[in-house]
Design a protein around this ligand. Structure first.
Ligand code: GDP
Length: 482
């Protein structure tokens, strides 16, 4: 066995101590399924570690970033964000989008930089650990459950299920409930059947495109809990003053609901959410606009619910830590590359109007809330096209295989020029139009990722194209790099 000298041990201890003293920022990245979390993190990390073009990220523009690199993450119990596999997907030929977020994961990027302050610079290079925590937005919407008992949860969930827009999906579950007596003796088979039908209803509603916040979040994205008894419950109609008889089905459901809160929701908030310093919430605003008024209404509802998670509520046990820790929340409309540059500011203004309304409704205080429109990985190029003597801004990109525009079905290889339509210049008018739109106001085509190369002919890493990713970074971490 090789002998380790005293000086080597000392060096190792010094390095560990220095690492312990290195400041860190825990950055939460969330958003509902398909909002763009995986692409965002992969592109963000790539731009940091491979010297991307980030002119609006102040520390980079001031040329103070010396280098950034990946390091082992601090939490051994959390899966690592599979950066290398996601990057390989994007760099493959033909390029493909990486697999989306299904559970929590984490990645540590360490940034070495020169301080903006002479005194700090005199000590030498500074270091910051950026711990990126990726988690499904579906889990965040469980927060309100912590302040509800089973009865309140049931009332709200069944109220949602009987809304006309959900009737079609909820029918089998509501039919099952109509034939089930809450006072009947508890029965695992009935519990399993009910939970299955309840889950199927929640998922069908989500798959119909609703971006609404249907709790419990793990029923939509169970992560490692797939098939667990913790997810074997469902809401039941209960009279408000009725005591749940011991040994009854309703009492069993109430017990499972409480276990879900204590074994799933609370640990997630304590171990992960409560430890975040900064948060970015990614939102697919364009898909909502494309789907019309109901989808926009759902989105507004979801944002209010999400914002409530950041509200330091006066009486809740959550107020013990919420609002104290997360001091900046960035709402970002993703996939802005589906619009020509002339509409990026308009998309941002529209999102700001939605955020402002949600902030008022959620009565959020404490966290600094900001909104912007971005594309983490730009899949289109600006172009113009002539139509009847008029020059129109349009986009060029490769629609993914099977996409249809007019009568044309794309093969995933051929490029096309798309006119996505324009957003109104006035955000209030745009929001109003979106809330009442009977049909889609935008043409939305799913594009394949751009053809990327890892390194240029001179051996330097190639920059990945993006829109305003640097502004997002600037809001989220640049003050940590002062
Ligand atoms: P997640 O479920 O939040 O992890 O979502 P993903 O990051 O997997 O993104 C879902 C899909 O949105 C991707 O497969 C892409 O099709 C699309 N997407 C995400 N970001 C962008 C972007 O910046 N530009 C374009 N054109 N599409 C994007």
């Amino acid at each position: 066995m090789a002998e380790i000298s005293y000086s080597e041990l000392l060096k190792d201890a010094q390095a560990r101590f220095a690492d312990y003293l290195t400041p860190s920022v825990r950055l939460g990245v969330t958003g509902l399924s398909r909002a763009g979390k995986t692409v965002f993190i992969t592109a963000l990390v790539r731009n940091l570690v491979a010297g991307g073009r980030l002119p609006f990220f102040a520390p980079d523009a001031e040329r103070r970033i010396v280098r950034a690199y990946l390091e082992p993450q601090p939490d051994d119990s959390v899966p690592r964000f599979d950066y290398e596999a996601h990057l390989a997907d994007l760099l493959s030929s033909p390029p493909s989008w990486p697999e989306s977020t299904k559970r929590i994961s984490e990645l540590r990027v360490t940034i070495e930089y020169r301080s903006a302050y002479a005194l700090k610079r005199a000590i030498g290079l500074s270091k910051l650990h950026v711990d990126i925590v990726d988690y499904p937005g579906e889990w965040l919407i469980d927060l309100p459950l912590l302040e509800q008992d089973y009865r309140a949860f049931s009332t709200e969930a069944l109220g949602f299920a009987s809304a006309p827009s959900r009737a079609e999906f909820a029918k089998p579950f509501l039919g099952f409930l109509a034939g089930t007596d809450p006072a009947a003796v508890e029965d695992e088979q009935i519990a399993m059947t009910g939970a299955k039908l309840f889950t199927a209803y929640l998922r069908a509603t989500r798959e119909s495109g609703a971006q609404s916040t249907l709790a419990p979040g793990r029923f939509l994205l169970p992560g490692e809990l797939e098939g667990s008894p913790l997810l074997t419950f469902f809401p039941m109609p209960l009279a408000s003053d009725e005591r749940l008889p011991r040994g009854s089905l309703a009492a069993m459901m109430a017990r499972r609901f409480e276990s879900y809160k204590s074994s799933v929701v609370k640990p997630f908030f304590n171990d992960h959410f409560a430890r975040l310093d900064r948060q970015i919430v990614l939102i697919d605003v364009l898909t909502a606009l494309h789907r019309g008024a109901e989808a926009v209404g759902d989105l507004e509802h979801a944002m209010t619910d999400i914002l409530k998670a950041f509200r330091p509520g006066a009486n809740s046990w959550l107020s013990m830590f919420l609002g104290r820790k997360i001091d900046r929340v960035l709402f970002a409309a993703t996939k802005a590359d589906h619009l020509p540059a002339s509409s990026h500011d308009r998309l941002e203004a529209l999102l700001k109007a939605i955020v402002d309304d949600a902030v008022t409704r959620a009565q959020t205080e404490g966290a600094g809330v900001h909104a912007l429109a971005l594309s983490a990985l730009r899949a289109t190029r600006e172009a113009t096209a002539k139509q009847g003597g008029e020059i129109l801004p349009c986009l060029r990109g490769t629609p993914i295989k099977g996409e249809r525009i007019g009568g044309v079905i794309f093969d995933g290889v051929k490029e096309a020029a798309i006119f996505p339509g324009d957003l109104p210049a006035d955000p209030a008018a745009a929001l109003n139009a979106a809330r009442h739109a009977k049909s889609a106001s935008l043409e939305l085509v799913r594009f394949a990722p751009p053809k990327l190369v890892d390194t240029l002919s001179d051996g330097k890493p190639a920059a990945f194209p993006h829109i305003r990713l640097d502004r997002a970074l600037d809001f989220l971490i640049s003050d940590y790099l002062a």
